[in-house]
Design a protein around this ligand. Structure first.
Ligand SMILES: [Zn+2]
Length: 89
């Protein structure tokens, strides 16, 4: 069995906030690891992004959504520890 994650292991968004509860695997099932915004049909939507770029992306996105800057920074600081980035340095 796959581990069930609470947050997307690419962008850290809570998976329950993902429109379909998660991205789609190549077999069409719902991913328990990545959200709709990051993952579709077994592929990352932003395949060549780095952890650092993802951090910036999420930080800006959160600010756009009205989150205070310190919170956006705090949240995005956890991104490099997620599964997608763990082995990428
Ligand atoms: Zn995501």
């Amino acid at each position: 069995m796959d581990k069930v994650y609470k947050n997307c292991q690419s962008c850290r968004m809570p998976l329950k906030k993902s429109p379909n509860g998660g991205g789609t695997n190549s077999d069409g099932s719902t991913s328990t690891k990545y959200c709709d915004y990051c993952y579709e049909k077994g592929q990352f939507r932003q395949a060549n992004i780095t952890a650092k770029e993802m951090q910036e992306f999420v930080k800006h996105k959160m600010k756009d959504m009205g989150f205070p800057g310190f919170l956006a920074s705090l949240f995005s600081n956890g991104i490099p520890k997620l599964e997608r980035w763990k082995n990428q340095n």
